[in-house]
Design a protein around this ligand. Structure first.
Ligand code: XUL
Length: 541
């Protein structure tokens, strides 16, 4: 950690800004200065650093194979551990002017009556975990990996007029992991737990509550991941609440704009870790909205493609175009009137890797050579590679489907044609399904592990017909939170809302890597029509 020496006694030390990310596997911190430079990072891994909670990958998988939960007390213990590490590393916590954060989306925390009083009266001599161990009315918090609420999804869909109606209202059709369906399950299976709950928080708003020493509000980026918020008015939808649980509005609290200052840091952290008593807290959001903030995607046409274990396509939208068949619309955390869309794929890097292993001798070099040795459009050959069950489009049974230029199923692809087919197929799918919810890029920022494979990015540029930029963004959700709290701080100084991109100038820039080839793009546009038809055939099977 670099600290700048004071020029003279009167000089005020430059303020710093802290972004936290309570993810599935750990809690991370990124500290930036007012010029958006990263000055410090720190992390806690749940499995390794808090073994008493006995998690694997931060979660408990239940024997039914569908239920996945995490102990909320572990998230509490992680906060003390992380801050203790930062203090020990002599990070100047007293210079942190504002904090925001991120939480894995959809996970929920159930708090007993009076938890707000416990939070207000935290004693600095005792740990958070010691003081909060009895506040949970549900000790196992459902998280985003849970898929045990199919029944509740069907019931709520029926009550609200079907999947497209739910998507129009809340931004997504009913998904098992979305919080409203999880709450409905608790009400059905454990009504006594629900009755013993005064406040239901998301992981993000729960972590914010720990900091402000009170119940924290939810904001529209993460609130949209609940199937409970009206995506256009950014308020709780009475209809959606009524078909979920009795008296739910009172347990959810308010929804506030993402840049809102929601409180001053609780004195616990001032006494225990040396934070400034003036340190402010900005509303926390979900990990995907914060990753969008890290890339500064505020306007329609600004799209990022993250090529990771699972691939995601996300970007800013000025008008929501919710779809029952693909993707999600969330509030845009850096544009209070805007939206963001997100399309998630299960078959990302692991699927590309399995094709590489089968047809390129486990070598990325040979994989790239094979792409260069084949022509764009693959001579009309199209492939669908579902190594895992897919969410976009929904495909329950894994499998590989290959088609010749005559649209007939075939197995006769040469090794290099399989390689071109998996890459072209994935980007054609992203173009198709992204467009269905309004994601039409003007430029693409490519992130994630596979973005280092240049020839994959060339195909991306040609399929979408737009330039592709690359940059590496480690810890993007905590960095996005740090940017958001710096933005909130600027708005407070100016006493009005300032556009995010006017005040946040990321220190690390993306580099333009490829311009599209117009001829190839025309070819892919024609291929997309056939791809969409064949995809319908594959998914109807
Ligand atoms: C998004 C989703 C995941 C989690 C991961 O809808 O379920 O990306 O947010 O933390």
């Amino acid at each position: 950690m670099k600290t700048r020496p004071a020029k003279n006694r009167q000089s005020i030390p430059a303020p710093l800004f802290l972004g936290l990310d309570s993810s599935t596997q750990g809690l991370e911190a990124t500290v930036i200065d007012a010029a958006c430079r990263i000055v410090a990072e720190s992390a806690v891994q749940f499995d390794a650093d808090l073994p008493a909670f006995k998690t694997q990958g931060g979660v408990h998988r239940h024997p039914d194979g569908l239920t996945v939960t995490s102990p909320p007390l572990m998230w509490v213990a992680a906060l003390d551990l992380l801050l203790a590490r930062m203090k020990k590393a002599k990070m100047p916590l007293d210079r942190i002017a504002a904090i925001s954060g991120s939480g894995q989306q959809h996970g929920s925390v159930y708090l007993r009556p009076g938890t707000d009083r416990v939070l207000k009266n935290l004693a600095p001599a005792r740990s958070l975990a010691q003081q909060l161990r009895d506040v949970f009315s549900v000790n196992a918090s459902p998280i985003w990996m849970d898929s045990s609420t199919t029944r509740q999804c069907q019931e709520r869909d029926a009550a609200l007029g079907g999947p497209q109606a739910v998507a129009e209202l809340t931004g997504s059709r009913s998904y098992e992991r979305f919080t409203g369906n999880q709450i409905a399950k608790i009400v059905r299976e454990h009504p006594e737990f629900y009755r013993a709950t005064e406040r239901i928080a998301l992981v993000s708003s729960f972590m914010a509550s720990l900091l402000i020493g009170d119940y924290a509000p939810i904001e529209p980026g993460d609130g949209a991941g609940m199937n409970l918020m009206d995506i256009r008015s950014r308020r709780w939808s009475k209809k959606a609440l009524d078909c979920t649980a009795p008296g739910l509005a009172a347990k959810l609290g308010a929804i506030v704009p993402s840049h809102s200052i929601i409180g001053i840091l609780n004195p616990y952290y001032v006494a225990r870790y040396g934070f400034s008593p003036q340190c402010r807290v900005t509303a926390f959001s979900g990990d995907n909205p914060n990753s969008l903030a890290a890339l500064g995607l505020a306007q329609s046409g600004e799209v990022a493609i993250s090529l990771g274990t699972s691939d995601t396509v996300f970007g800013a939208l000025s008008e929501p175009r919710p779809s029952a068949t693909e993707g999600h619309i969330f509030g845009n955390p850096i544009n209070p009137k805007g939206y963001m869309a997100l399309v998630c794929y299960m078959n990302g890097s692991l699927t590309r890797e399995s094709v590489r292993d089968s047809f390129a001798g486990r070598s990325w070099k040979r994989f790239e050579d094979a792409l260069s040795a084949t022509r764009p459009g693959n001579g009309g050959k199209i492939g669908f590679f579902f190594k895992e069950p897919e969410i976009t489009p929904p495909v329950r049974k894994p499998g590989i489907f290959r088609f010749g230029a005559d649209n007939r199923p075939t197995d006769a692809f040469r090794p290099e044609e399989n390689i071109r087919a998996v890459v072209e197929g994935q980007f054609l799918s992203m173009r198709l399904h992204g467009r269905n919810i309004g994601l039409v890029p003007k430029k693409i920022l490519a992130t994630g592990g596979a973005s280092v494979n240049r020839s994959i990015l060339r195909v991306m540029a040609d399929v979408f017909g737009v330039p592709v930029y690359i940059g590496s963004q480690a810890n993007s959700a905590s960095l996005g939170s740090a940017y958001r709290t710096l933005h909130g701080w600027h708005c407070v100084q100016a006493r009005r809302f300032l556009p995010f991109t006017k005040v946040i100038k990321p220190a690390e820039c993306f580099e333009k890597t490829f311009d599209p080839d117009k001829t190839n793009h025309r070819l892919y546009t024609a291929l997309l029509v056939r791809y969409a038809k064949l995809e319908r055939w594959v998914t109807d099977k």
